[in-house]
Design a binder for this molecule. Structure first.
Ligand SMILES: Cc1cc2nc3c(=O)[nH]c(=O)nc-3n(C[C@H](O)[C@H](O)[C@H](O)COP(=O)(O)OP(=O)(O)OC[C@H]3O[C@@H](n4cnc5c(N)ncnc54)[C@H](O)[C@@H]3O)c2cc1C
Ligand code: FES
Length: 445
């Protein structure tokens, strides 16, 4: 396993870790656009993933706050009740543990909800770090601080890292957004960032896992701690690098939480991002139509706990040459016409960020301490960050992945790319791929 940074410090270290096959509203969509066989395979795969995680927790005695609980997708709007009904009907048809209800453990009324029973939640770092302890040995190794820059298919495959080249009989690219893009994932994946607060509330903390149906959805989940339960509240999502005032997003999320819960304190806050595919089903399988030994697992769309576990089981079978009934629905090289409008939209949006963001008209004096801006100078556009002492840190704003212009993220103090979600720190170092190189430094003056 080759890891650019430290293991389980990527998106998975910041997830809300609901372990469920209830992925917002998905089954009615799958029935209509993929057909019953594939919709059933998707549901079965994700239910099997929950049981796989439960079995590993039990077998390896992993202390990771694993708990069985219910998952709900709810609406507060009368106009969305029909969508909820359709989802329950679709899920029941596929044999999933669904029920229609208008009662939930939430302290505010809902118009309707889908409930899935016997789902689960856990602490992802505790679970994965325990699994990782089993990796070294019997020919398996974990190499941290080892960024991969290129993968060549073959017998063996050649994996080029910043520190040297290794060989492997099969390679799985599981780097969140694939950095190796021979199959044009950049045109088929959209990176989506969202925000989480961990709050303490007065009175009992609602048990269960909740997500709303709104276009910009909110999620709620309880997390036990040694010092009482916290409530994780998420929302305010947007396309990565296009969040504008990201600090205002935390403020709006807190206002949403305070309208619905008696919030006593906001103890933690963070944001992270996940990739969506154009037809909402992850890409798990051979990385390109011609690939022989290179595989990919990406596009979990906010549901990577079961999605990645499905990937583990499915890719194991593909590598060992075994049949797997889930392979077709997850095939990364599928052609699904339903995804075409999203594909076109993604292309237009990306093109806009090669050109449209190079039009700043203010100088460095307009940058506040601790803030960043792309400034038009005589030497061209420069991404400038003014530190707390007033010193300017100047970088090329051209993303090292495919050349879009990065935007300032005030909440995280980072440069984020609006095209495929690469992120850089104020010194230009890669925080998040697909970029494998940093932003170029520009000397002042
Ligand atoms: C706010 C939020 C809440 C979420 N909540 C849930 C939830 O409740 N339930 C759920 O199922 N899912 C949830 N998700 C989705 C889930 O967290 C993700 O789908 C999942 O964590 C993605 O895992 P990953 O392994 O693909 O990416 P990561 O966890 O980011 O792992 C990828 C790793 O690859 C490394 N890497 C990148 N590039 C390279 C390279 N070139 N060379 C070597 N290593 C590299 C990175 O450093 C990183 O460690 C949520 C997502 C968000 C944004
Ligand atoms: S992430 Fe693709 S161009 Fe920046």
């Amino acid at each position: 396993m080759l890891e650019a940074g430290r293991i389980v410090e990527g998106v998975t270290g910041y997830t809300t870790a609901k372990v469920t096959s209830l992925h917002s509203l998905i089954y009615d969509h799958l029935l209509r656009h993929f057909g019953e066989e594939k919709a059933r395979a998707y549901g079965e795969a994700n239910q099997a993933a929950i049981e796989q995680i439960a079995a590993l927790v039990q077998e390896k005695h992993i202390d990771c706050d694993f708990a069985r609980t219910e998952a709900y997708t709810y609406t507060e709007s009368e106009g969305e009740v029909d969508q909820i009904r359709a989802e329950v009907e679709a899920a029941l048809k596929l044999g999933l543990p669904a029920a229609l209800t208008d009662e939930t453990p939430l302290p505010f009324p809902v118009k309707a909800a889908v409930r899935f029973d016997n789902q689960a939640q856990f602490h992802p770092r505790k679970y994965l770090l325990a699994l990782a302890r089993d990796v070294p040995g019997a020919g398996s190794h974990i190499f941290e601080d080892t960024r991969v820059v290129e993968v060549a298919d073959g017998q063996p495959c050649l994996v080029t890292t910043e520190k040297g080249t290794i060989t492997a009989s099969a390679v799985i690219i599981a780097s969140h957004f694939p950095f190796d893009d021979k199959a044009l994932y950049a045109s088929r994946l959209q990176s989506h960032r969202s925000y989480v607060l961990a709050v303490r509330v007065a009175g009992p903390v609602p048990r269960g896992m909740f997500i709303s149906t709104e276009e910009s959805s909110h999620t709620v989940r309880e997390q036990p701690t040694g010092d009482g339960a916290l409530l994780l509240i998420g929302g305010e999502g947007h396309k990565s690098g296009q969040g504008d005032d990201t600090i205002a997003r935390y403020q709006r999320l807190e206002a949403w939480a305070r309208q619905r819960f008696t919030v006593e304190s906001v103890d933690y806050r963070w944001s992270t991002q996940d990739n969506r595919t154009v037809d909402r089903v992850p890409y798990i399988g051979r990385a390109t139509p011609a690939a022989k030994h290179v595989y990919v697992a990406t596009g979990f769309g906010g549901w990577g706990m079961t999605g990645s576990t499905v990937a583990g089981m499915l890719l194991r079978d593909l590598i060992l040459g075994r049949d797997n009934p889930w392979a077709t629905v997850y095939d990364p090289n599928r052609l699904n016409l339903q995804g075409v409008p999203a594909l076109v939209k993604q292309g237009v949006d990306t093109a806009r960020h090669f050109i449209g963001d190079r039009l700043p008209d203010e100088g460095p004096e307009s940058i506040a301490l601790g803030e960043g801006k792309v400034v038009n100078t005589q030497r061209g556009d420069v991404a400038m960050y003014k530190d707390e002492n007033g010193a300017l840190h100047c970088l090329s704003p051209v993303c090292a992945h495919m050349g879009c212009i990065v935007a300032w993220n005030g909440a995280e103090k980072s440069w984020d790319c609006p095209c495929h979600g690469s992120r850089y720190d104020v010194e230009g170092k890669v925080l998040h791929g697909p970029a494998v190189k940093g932003l170029e430094e520009i000397q002042e003056g």
